[in-house]
Design a protein around this ligand. Sequence first.
Ligand code: FES
Length: 166
Amino acid sequence: MINESRRGFVGKAFGAVAGVGAVASLVAMKKTWDPLPSVMAAGFTVVDVSNMEENKLNIVVWRGKPIFVLKYSADMKPTEGRNVKIGDNYFSVMIGLCTHLGCIPAYREDKKDFKCACHGGKYTDAGVQTFGPPPRPLDIPPFDLDGTTLTLGKDGAAYKELMAKA
Ligand code: FES
């Protein structure tokens, strides 16, 4: 009788320790799976476009990729589904990686186009391919707009509207 109850007690004690261990393991595993706060914060890049000069290419980094932000001058014509209006100006907002093999095209202010040095691909100022091997326009990253502040990485209303026209 005494042995029986001792066995029962030892069994319950083992069960309790194992249960606590299992919960602790699950908590530790979840912490491992969750992205680090620094990784979550790195998902967005905030850009103020208010002081950008017309026809000068700005390059910012979003998730390790170069992002082209180009403010149009009055003589540059917007392309349906490619440009976003911020204040009084149109802008191109594009991932600056050639859609052929990923080189970074250079902006030519005099010609108002992009040329990729790797294989000669060319794009308009709105990122539409016009020559060479690039198979499609430069990609447009998701963005959100709040006044003159662009948040890269958030698919806001202006981005969805642009994608609907693309
Ligand atoms: S990588 Fe740009 S044309 Fe080939």
